[in-house]
Design a binder for this molecule. Structure first.
Ligand code: AMP
Length: 189
């Protein structure tokens, strides 16, 4: 069997472990629950290895996003893969959190949700000007959250050098909002 076909089969196995939860958190949304994949040791490891491979540009079609100075994770499920990637890439980890959670001085960005707006924050001293930042979250949907985080990183004078997600809902075209940046996702729906 060719390596490309083995890779596709492996990704198909991973996809089967993501659980669809209809009408969560509200009616009409099909929530992609990754806890069913995370609890499976081999699948968790395969997901992390695929992300690292893509970041280091070793996968066919992978995104060459290295060298990276810092990994930024988006609350809250970006805190699952973000620190693991930071550890493996040998960088620090910087959390972006929802309003009111970070204790020191912050920069803020507000962004549109389906109903109303929300605010994300980063510590003002979390990144140095010019640092190259990889942004990590579990899932790319409309791209509004990731786009807001790229603005936050820009406010500190740092540069986004790529985005990685475990899951991408391609039909929502979130990638279009992240135009110009390399984007890598493991499982596409
Ligand atoms: P968006 O800003 O639309 O790209 O939404 C991305 C954020 O919302 C991520 O942090 C996801 O964890 C969460 N999210 C959005 N849609 C879903 C979904 N269908 N299933 C699971 N998480 C979702």
């Amino acid at each position: 069997m060719s390596e490309a076909i083995m890779e596709l089969e492996r990704l198909d196995e991973l996809k089967k472990l993501v659980r669809d939860v209809p009408d969560f958190p509200k009616k009409g949304i099909i929530f992609k629950d990754i806890t069913t994949l995370l609890k499976d040791a081999k699948s968790f490891r395969a997901s992390v290895n695929t992300l690292v491979g893509a970041i280091q540009g070793t996968l066919a079609g992978g995104v060459k996003a290295a060298p990276i100075d810092q990994v930024v994770g988006i609350e809250s499920r970006g805190f699952i893969f973000g620190p693991v990637l930071a550890y493996l890439l040998g960088t620090g980890f910087v959390p972006v959190r929802k309003k009111g959670k970070l204790p020191s001085r912050t920069e803020q960005v507000s962004y549109e949700l389906e109903y109303g707006t929300d605010i994300l924050e980063i510590h003002q001293d979390a990144l140095e000007p010019g640092q190259r930042v990889l942004v990590v979250d579990d899932l790319l949907a409309t791209g509004g959250t990731a786009q807001a985080v790229s603005k936050l990183i820009g406010k500190l004078g740092a540069k986004v050098c790529g985005f990685t997600f475990l899951v991408e809902l391609e039909f929502l075209k979130g990638r279009d909002k992240l135009g110009g940046y390399p984007v890598f996702s493991v499982l596409k729906y």
